[in-house]
Write a protein that binds this ligand. Structure first.
Ligand code: PEP
Length: 239
């Protein structure tokens, strides 16, 4: 699965044009592509994707039911808007809005309840890696979710080392393998989908995808360019 995270990018017309280009990427039926536009363009992008196998996703949601929550969107709204995916716990939200896994448990639960797929992001900072605490940090971000007693069958995990996001420096295949293996062991699901995210580009994709531990990618910057995104999808299919 290759998922595009457009973050806070694109005007309405750019989002529509980019979605049209992504829709026209040819790939095997077994290769799942998803795009996560800004929430405000979900409806417009949903119209573009009608009848296509490309999945639509939100970049975030909260776990609360309908009610007085100014500026928030819940999982049921995401479902109603035509989404199949919801990114949760992205490091930019953990850093900027102090989101923690404990806080995100209700959001994961509510996304699963709607039948949608949470794409749960975890990853260590550079300081944590440099001090030899990368695995501890990632496991620490997963544990509260695993201890919540949810049936996490539909969950996708995205391992995204914070220091690799938007920097042009992907993690090495060895580091990715170690982390993905650890994550699968901790969640106790050998078949769990674990994506890698962090500066995946047409140049780095072949190397990242060379590991059988990698189930796909969450792509930020390169997903804003349809040709680059298509090249990443092609690299996935070549591996
Ligand atoms: C991301 O933010 O999820 C991401 C992977 O970004 P980039 O590809 O730009 O590193």
């Amino acid at each position: 699965m290759i998922i595009a995270n457009w973050k806070m990018n694109t005007t309405r017309s750019e989002a529509i044009a980019l979605a049209q280009d992504v829709r026209s990427i040819s790939c095997r039926p077994s290769t799942k592509i998803g795009i996560c536009p800004p929430a405000i363009w979900i409806d417009a992008v949903s119209n573009v994707l009608k009848g296509s196998p490309v999945l639509l996703g939100m970049q975030n949601c909260i776990g609360d039911p309908f009610g007085a929550q100014t500026g928030c969107i819940n999982a049921e709204m995401a479902k109603g808007a035509g989404c199949q995916l919801v990114i949760l716990g992205h490091s930019e939200r953990r850093a900027r809005f102090s989101e923690t896994t404990e806080m995100l448990v209700p959001a994961v639960a509510s996304v699963l309840e709607t039948g949608n797929i949470p794409v749960f992001c975890i990853g260590e900072t550079l300081a944590e890696r440099d001090s030899g605490r990368a695995i501890e940090a990632v496991v620490g971000q997963l544990k509260p979710l695993l201890n919540a007693g949810l049936d996490l069958d539909g969950l996708i995990i995205a391992y995204e080392p914070v220091w690799a996001i938007g920097t042009g420096h992907s993690a090495t295949v060895d580091d990715i393998c170690i982390m993905h293996r650890t994550i699968r062991a901790i969640v106790d699901r050998p078949d769990a989908l674990v994506l890698y995210g962090g500066s995946v580009s047409p140049e780095s994709a072949g190397t990242v995808f060379s590991s059988t531990e990698v189930s796909g990618a969450l792509v930020g910057g390169a997903s804003l360019n349809a040709e680059k995104f298509a090249a990443i999808v092609a690299a996935w299919e070549q591996n």
